[in-house]
Each structure stands twice: as structure tokens, then as C-alpha cells.
Design a protein around this ligand. Structure first.
Ligand SMILES: Nc1ncnc2c1ncn2[C@@H]1O[C@H](COP(=O)(O)OP(=O)(O)OP(=O)(O)O)[C@@H](O)[C@H]1O
Ligand SMILES: [Mg+2]
Length: 466
């Protein structure tokens, strides 16, 4: 099958029909030409064309009828009308009925080509959006999470495996990578889904309050404790407790939490008796806990209790394949909230997003789209409503540790070693997936393959695994 756009020409006037046919064929379109509206409608019932160019006034079945039939059968097909100057009013009616544009006879060759080109570009974008929409609805979706990149597909797989168990999960990742959303997904996919999901931000509650917040207190436990109070462990009994920013726990509370996890019991502040609770613990941190352990500020025994299963969310810049899908998702979300009909982002706007590094990860993308939706005029988001985003520097930051050794070095060999090391690291990080490795190194797949061959390195496949 050819990739050329398919065009149906409908024109009763023979010289005009043949002129269009020859012109469009010469520009590598796949052209079918008919001399009346009836034949056109018959063909439209059989197959879809990318574009229909039709004369307005033809005997019997006219251009408006062809337009209506085309739009009815194939809403994404673009239709361009040809009119004589006398029928401008009908041309306007045609635009209202969904025609892309109209050409007034006599017209210039360039005019035809430019109009068709634009109409086809629009169709391509609409189609891409349809594909995206389709992808959103199936396997690139888990609970509220969206992701089609290989790293996110692996996260989904892991989530499905670990959700049913009771094991603690430690979710790590930079700020805005979706840690809380992952915690909610684990709960929603588990048998505890009918019971409570309770989230506590350990960094936001003053230390003095956090203990009673978590474990509850009895009347008179401290000044102001006028009655018994249930702790969040009790509220989450039978369900899931999500301890966010776990690195912020003080040493004293770390001990108490460890005890609660080991014994599966809690002791309210001021109480002498313990009570059993059945709570699944999920914890999250955007700080490196292993480093916190080395620095002596986080207990390693608590770490191992929390990290029965470790789940690391990659930063958005390491899974750029997710950007179009996430952007589309947020456009729909905020357009719906604002009651606006937006088709999505145009190609340059999407390209700008895909080139950007997103230090604030998915949250930054979400905020940016929310703002763009508010500012957008017309039915698409263009670069005009996006901030200037500094594209990722082509070579990354300049590494600080480059120094020329005293006796000098063989530059080519040295650079080769660096290149090979980075290639190997990219393959390791993507578990051998070449498509993702190429993305990490901002290389085309072809260029990556060439380099892998040069250094005799192997990668696994060229496409993300389903
Ligand atoms: N994969 C995803 N699909 C859809 N939305 C996402 C995804 N990841 C993150 N988001 C959205 O991005 C925002 C930030 O996510 P979330 O709050 O889970 O991040 P976080 O890792 O907990 O950040 P922080 O460390 O700053 O607390 C939320 O609005 C969330 O809904
Ligand atoms: Mg969070």
C-alpha cells in the first residue's frame, strides 16, 4: 500500500477534471476522478478518502450533497469545494456543513496545492489525535495512571503483580513523577479497595502532633487531649496507609513506626494497652533514603521494613514517549473542566513539549497544560500559549570530572571509551530496549544501532515491549 494521500476529484466539466487529475497525480497524490455527485457518493460508500475536492454546481447530485455524504460516512475526511464566483453564498453554506475551504474558479495551481496541503495536514493531526485517544483507552492506562513508554509499562506490570499482596512498598522518584498516584493505584487494584486509603504527609505535620495523628491518643494524654482520639492507623484499618515524605520522620517516630510494622499493633499516646491493626503500608520519598541511612538520619531496619518491594518512578525526561499521551490527557481534563471544546495541541506545540526536560516532571507538564488551556484561543493549543521552554542541552551538562592527565591522552580512544560506557549504561537502564536507549541518548534509532555495532554492544528490541 502506498502512503500517498488519497483524493477523490468530483467535477462534471471535463477539462477541469482532467486538469486536476494530472496536476494532483504529478504531485504524487493517489487520485480518483468522477464526473458526477452520484458516482462520488457510490465510491464514498465503499471506501474512505483522505480528501474530496468537489465542484459545487453539478446537475442532479450537487457538491453539497457530496459534502454531506462524505462527512456523514467519514467525519475525518476533508472536503474542498470548487465554486464559480457567482455562488459565494452556497460556498458559505458549504463551510457551515463542514467543508475545509473553497476555491473560486478560475484558480491558480499554487492555490490548489496549498489548500489541499493544509487540508491534508489537518486531517493528519486529527487522525493522530484519534490514535492517541484510542491509546488512552486501553493498555496505556492503569487506574488513573497513564504511560506508554517502556519504563512505565514495566511499572504497570509490577503494580499488577504487587497490588494483591499485603507487602509494604517504598515508592521513590523525583518530585512530580506520580508517587501518590501510584500509591492510589496499588490500593485501587488490591482487595482492600473497598476500605479506606489514608494519606499522611509526614513532612507537613509538626512532630509533636504526628505521633497522636498516626496512633491516636487517650483522654488526658497531654494538655488539650480532652477526649480519646483515633489515629490514622485505626482509620485505615483493613485498608491502606500512605506515608508520604517518609524521610522527614524524626528518629523517635521512626522507632515507633518500626514497632507498629513489626508487631502489627499500635499504642495510642498515653495508653498502656495495644490494639491490633491490619494496615497495608505504602511509603514514598523523593529523597535518597540510602544516603539518609549512610548519613545516620534514617534507620536501616525501618527502611528494610518499608522497602519490601521497591518501586522507582523514572523522571519524565527518561520516558519522553509518555509526553504526547499525558499532554492529551491533561488537555481533555482541563478543557472539560472549563467547558471548552479543544482538539488538542498542534504539531509545533507538541514538538516543543517533547524537547523539554521537565525538571518538575508530570506535575510541571500538568500545570503548563492547565495554563495553556485557559489562554488558548480557537480550538487548538499552539506555541503562543506555551512558555519558552529551554530545550534539553544536546550533550547534557558538562561533566565536572574531566581533566587532562599530565602525560596527555589519546583523544579518540578516550572519547570512544566514554561513548561506549554511556551506551552500555543506557542499555542497562532500559533493560536492553533500543528505542528507549536511543531516546535517553537523543539519538535516532539508526544512529544508536550503528554505534552499538561499532562497539559490539547488543540491545534487545527496537520497539517497547507491550
Ligand atoms: N502517569 C501519570 N498519569 C497521569 N497523571 C499523572 C501521572 N503521573 C503524575 N500525574 C499527575 O501529576 C501530578 C503529580 O503527581 P503526584 O502528586 O502523584 O507526584 P509525586 O511524585 O507524589 O510528587 P511529590 O514528590 O512532589 O509529592 C498529579 O496531579 C498527578 O495526577
Ligand atoms: Mg506526593
Amino acid at each position: 500500500m502506498s502512503n500517498a494521500a488519497s483524493i477523490l476529484v468530483v467535477e462534471d466539466e471535463r477539462s477541469m477534471r482532467e486538469f486536476l487529475q494530472i496536476l494532483l497525480r504529478r504531485h504524487a497524490y493517489e487520485v480518483t476522478a468522477v464526473d458526477g455527485g452520484a458516482e462520488a457518493c457510490a465510491l464514498l460508500a465503499e471506501r474512505e478518502y483522505d480528501l474530496v475536492i468537489t465542484d459545487l454546481s453539478m446537475p442532479q447530485v450537487g457538491g453539497l450533497e457530496v459534502l454531506r455524504r462524505a462527512k456523514h460516512l467519514h467525519p475525518a475526511t476533508e472536503v474542498v469545494m470548487i465554486t464559480a464566483f457567482a455562488s459565494a453564498e452556497t460556498a458559505i453554506e458549504a463551510m457551515k456543513a463542514g467543508a475545509y475551504d473553497y476555491l473560486t474558479k478560475p484558480f491558480k495551481v499554487d492555490e490548489v496545492l496549498v489548500t489541499l496541503d493544509r487540508a491534508l495536514e489537518k486531517r493528519r493531526l486529527v487522525r493522530d489525535n484519534q490514535v492517541l485517544r484510542q491509546q488512552l483507552s486501553d493498555r496505556f492506562h492503569l487506574d488513573q495512571l497513564i504511560g506508554r513508554s517502556a519504563p512505565m509499562q514495566r511499572v504497570f506490570e509490577l503494580l499488577r503483580q504487587i497490588a494483591p499482596s499485603r507487602a509494604s512498598v517504598l515508592i521513590s522518584g523525583e518530585s512530580g513523577t506520580g508517587k501518590e498516584l501510584v500509591a492510589r493505584a496499588i490500593h485501587a487494584l488490591s482487595e482492600r479497595r473497598e476500605r479506606s486509603f489514608v494519606a499522611v504527609n509526614c513532612g507537613a505535620i509538626p512532630e509533636a502532633l504526628l505521633e497522636s495523628e498516626l496512633f491516636g491518643h487517650v483522654r488526658g494524654a497531654f494538655t488539650g487531649a480532652v477526649g480519646n482520639k483515633e489515629g490514622l492507623f485505626t482509620v485505615a484499618d483493613g485498608g491502606t496507609l500512605f506515608l508520604d515524605e517518609i524521610a522527614e520522620l524524626t528518629p523517635a517516630l521512626q522507632v515507633k513506626l518500626l514497632r507498629a510494622l513489626q508487631e502489627r499493633t499500635i499504642k495510642p499516646v498515653g495508653s498502656t494497652s495495644e490494639r491490633a491493626v491490619d494496615v497495608r503500608i505504602l511509603a514514598a520519598s523523593n529523597r535518597n533514603l540510602e544516603r539518609a541511612i549512610r548519613e545516620g538520619v534514617f534507620r536501616s531496619d525501618l527502611y528494610y521494613r518499608l522497602n519490601v518491594i521497591g518501586l522507582e518512578l523514572p523522571p519524565l525526561r527518561e520516558r519522553r514517549a509518555d509526553i504526547p499521551l499525558l499532554a492529551e490527557h491533561f488537555v481533555r481534563k482541563y478543557a472539560a473542566e472549563a467547558g471548552r471544546a479543544l482538539r488538542g495541541l498542534d504539531a509545533p506545540a507538541l514538538a516543543r513539549l517533547c524537547d523539554y526536560d521537565f525538571p518538575g516532571n508530570v506535575r510541571e507538564l500538568e500545570n503548563l497544560i492547565e495554563r495553556a488551556v485557559t489562554l488558548a484561543q480557537g480550538d487548538e493549543i499552539g506555541v503562543a500559549v506555551l512558555p519558552e521552554l529551554r530545550a534539553a542541552p544536546p550533550g547534557g551538562e558538562t561533566p565536572a570530572h574531566i581533566t587532562l592527565p599530565g602525560p596527555g591522552l589519546d583523544l579518540d580512544t578516550h572519547i570512544g571509551t566514554i561513548e561506549r560506557t554511556l551506551l552500555q549504561q543506557a542499555l542497562d537502564r532500559t533493560q536492553g530496549n533500543r528505542t528507549d536507549a536511543a531516546q535517553l541518548l537523543r539519538l535516532s534509532l539508526r544512529s544508536l544501532r550503528y554505534r552499538l555495532a561499532k562497539y559490539a554492544l547488543a540491545g534487545e528490541g527496537d520497539t517497547p515491549k507491550p
